[in-house]
Design a protein around this ligand. Structure first.
Ligand SMILES: [Zn+2]
Ligand SMILES: [Zn+2]
Length: 398
């Protein structure tokens, strides 16, 4: 069910400047074309994108030969291939990170007399998991593949383009709605996680960074005649495996011919912006994984919003006096102005927050009563989510 956590998925596009092939890891935000040298920011990711997994078996005769060999192995005689063609079946891919705080009780590690249970202490644990699942996106068919998760580690996906659109008749219609898949993703996010040795009192769960996309998977349809009649073999054109043998392929043919109405779904398309400061035209430094980019000439910060460059406000902390600037490096944090509603009460200032979560030091009530609540969240990716939490609370409660 799961695409292995370390699997690298790369996406292949045609350079919008020169048409050359560019392959990039799916986490990249900035890419460079090795043919014409242009650097581009990838935009258009806020919607649902679609990709095509290219077929490894591209030759009709090779697919037919595999089908015949398979049926021969099953003892079928007088084999003759008939119709054979490649088609694509849609799968929904859902990605995101699930965070779960578990608050509960844990037995203390102390010696007790025989038969006396140890005293309990209050504990909290942060559990996290990356969710990456695929589920069929076609409806009313059984093709012998319940997900894409079991296949190759390194998937190279092509961005769905005009060429694919022209072969529309080779693509099975999408039969599952995005709403259904979103509900499914929420169900998956709830299934897992157990805080070891902790008696749970309260759980707080959040499923963030949700992304949904559609991957079209290639399948050969090979019709074979033999002494006992005819059968259709469905062959995985990426993994070269027979998926299923069906006595009759008419339900697939019907769907491909579009005899049932195709539900129209509004897909997003990748767009590319020149990787230069929109204010002064200066080329940004090439940081492929960054979402924001700093212009070292006009000192403005930029990110993408709705397919365009948009300026982002920023401030810097003043370093302590006598601190040499050369010894410093700068870590970006997102800052959120926060209002908290809890039990009918509204918290607006740090003094309000400290009433609920007292800090281990004496605070100046008057000063804190004038300070809004700002949450600081690291804007850098750390592998360890606990570290993000520690840094975030350090700065928030500074
Ligand atoms: Zn190019
Ligand atoms: Zn600039």
């Amino acid at each position: 069910m799961k695409i292995p956590g370390e699997a690298k998925i790369s996406i292949q596009i045609h350079c919008p400047q020169c048409g050359g092939d560019i392959a990039f890891l799916e986490d990249a935000h900035v890419i460079r074309c090795e043919f014409c040298g242009s650097a581009l920011l990838i935009a258009g990711r806020e919607g649902v994108l679609r990709y095509v997994l290219p077929a490894q078996v591209r030759d009709r005769q090779a697919a037919q030969a595999q089908a015949l060999e398979h049926l021969t192995g099953l003892g079928k005689r007088s084999l003759r291939p008939a119709e054979a063609f490649l088609f694509y079946a849609p799968f929904w891919r859902m990605r995101g990170s699930v965070y779960l705080w578990v608050f509960g009780l844990k037995p203390m590690k102390v010696e007790t007399e025989a038969g006396v249970p140890p005293p309990m202490e209050r504990m909290k644990v942060l559990l996290t998991r990356l969710l990456d699942h695929t589920v069929p996106g076609y409806a009313g068919l059984e093709i012998g593949l319940s997900s894409l998760g079991v296949r190759s580690q390194a998937l190279r996906l092509q961005s769905f383009d005009r060429e694919h659109l022209e072969k529309r008749g080779s693509f099975l219609p999408l039969g599952t709605l995005l709403e259904q898949v979103q509900a499914e993703a929420d169900r998956f996010s709830n299934l897992f996680f157990e805080a070891e040795g902790l008696i749970t009192e309260v759980n707080l769960q959040s499923f963030v960074g949700k992304e949904f996309s559609v991957i079209y998977f290639p399948i050969w349809y090979v019709d074979c005649q033999h002494a006992e009649g005819r059968e259709v073999l469905l062959i995985d054109a990426a993994g070269k495996k027979v998926l299923r043998i069906i006595p009759d392929g008419s339900s697939i043919l019907k769907k491909l011919k579009g005899e049932e109405s195709r539900k129209s779904f509004k897909f997003s398309e990748l767009r590319f912006l020149p990787f230069r400061c929109p204010n002064c035209g200066w080329a940004f430094s090439f940081y492929p994984l960054s979402v924001l980019h700093f212009c070292s000439t006009c000192r403005r910060l930029w990110g993408e919003k709705g397919g365009e460059w948009a300026e982002v406000e920023y401030q810097t902390f003043w370093p302590a006096l006598n601190q040499s600037m050369k010894e410093l490096f700068w870590v970006p944090f997102w800052r959120f102005r926060t209002f908290i509603e809890s039990g009918g009460e509204r918290l607006e200032t740090m003094a309000d927050l400290y009433r609920i979560a007292p800090p281990p030091r004496v605070i100046n009530q008057e000063k804190e009563g004038r300070r809004p609540i700002y949450f600081y969240i690291p804007a850098v990716k750390f592998r360890n989510p606990q570290l993000i939490h520690t840094l975030a609370s350090r700065l928030t409660f500074m």
